[in-house]
Write a protein that binds this ligand. Sequence first.
Ligand SMILES: NC(=O)c1ccc[n+]([C@@H]2O[C@H](COP(=O)([O-])OP(=O)(O)OC[C@H]3O[C@@H](n4cnc5c(N)ncnc54)[C@H](O)[C@@H]3O)[C@@H](O)[C@H]2O)c1
Ligand SMILES: [Zn+2]
Length: 363
Amino acid sequence: MEKNIIIDDTSKFMEQQKVIISENLEQVLTTAIAQCPHDKLFVLTDETTHRLCLPLISGFDCMAEAQSIIIGATDANKTLDSLSHVWSELQRMGATRHSLMVNLGGGMVTDLGGFAASTFKRGIPYINIPTTLLSMVDASVGGKTGINFGGLKNEIGVFNNADCVILDTVFLRTMDHENLLSGYAEMLKHGLISNDRMWAELLNFDFEKPGESRPLSTLIADSVAVKQRIVTEDPTEHGIRKALNLGHTVGHAFESLALERKPILHGFAVAYGLIPELYLCCAKTGFPTGKMRQTVSFIKNQYGSMSITCDDYPRLLELMHHDKKNRGNAINFTLLGDIGDIRINQTASEEDIKEALDFYREC
Ligand SMILES: NC(=O)c1ccc[n+]([C@@H]2O[C@H](COP(=O)([O-])OP(=O)(O)OC[C@H]3O[C@@H](n4cnc5c(N)ncnc54)[C@H](O)[C@@H]3O)[C@@H](O)[C@H]2O)c1
Ligand SMILES: [Zn+2]
């Protein structure tokens, strides 16, 4: 039986964006494509999703006319060169402003493809089919598109929603455990900013025996609904959307530090970043210590840790100061008073942050 749930398409900003949890990919994709009248159809993949994911949809009648564009895989290819390649291919294959693009891939493909579609001939419609857990629960929803530039992540881009986002866990079958865990960190963040039930379910999910917990697909549906609700309320990140930055102030600094040594996946950096940030929540906004300890122990069990020493503190603080979300000299945090009790626009002194990093090293 089909059970395709449309999560939300009510707000003005989101009125074009539907997020569909699909259990019948062919039917959902056929409908989504039919709802975007177009002259030509393009499908963007990276080299990996071209090999592993495109075969799952290329046999559908609705994809028969689709012309394929391929870019290199991983964030290293989220560049102006790849973007320029997509624009050139669209031009070469005769795309017009009435053409439609399907982005089939992880966050790199949905971010870059979304930006390519948003800018080609001042914007053509696009559909996102995220194929990694991270892109399902985070990157493909919410309208942020872009590329890395001048050594900085997501430096150039626009806010522009996909016409439709189709989530189907069939794609996750070929994903490695590390990339699954990376996406799961964003789900954990969504649980922390939502409610005790979601948080507890996420901590109890058994990666060894996924069949014994609530199915991952329903956890994904809950998780993407959290993101959808928040971005609908605050599409351009002036207020509550900052809740999604939980774990990311320190997380981004860890990610950048790791880049100077041995790169780690974004979600791992977020998971590690949650540890000092939850410590700050306890110290500054009264987050319950027991829940902090439970979350930290889950993270340490699943993600291990990235080792840092006190000698890294100055560099980490410097990186946190450079975060584009700061204003003036203060380092901006989103903290929690409890699970679901979001406190945006919090600041912490360098001493507080060092104490939180001490906790990270010692816990
Ligand atoms: N727009 C947003 O709001 C937002 C939010 C979070 C992250 N992002 C962006 O998302 C990107 C990270 O997303 P990601 O983790 O999906 O990275 P990714 O797209 O680089 O995918 C990770 C790797 O998995 C491969 N892959 C994709 N689908 C697969 C599948 N089904 N089976 C096997 N391998 C598969 C990819 O080819 C790649 O090698 C970053 O560029 C980040 O900036 C954007
Ligand atoms: Zn993130």
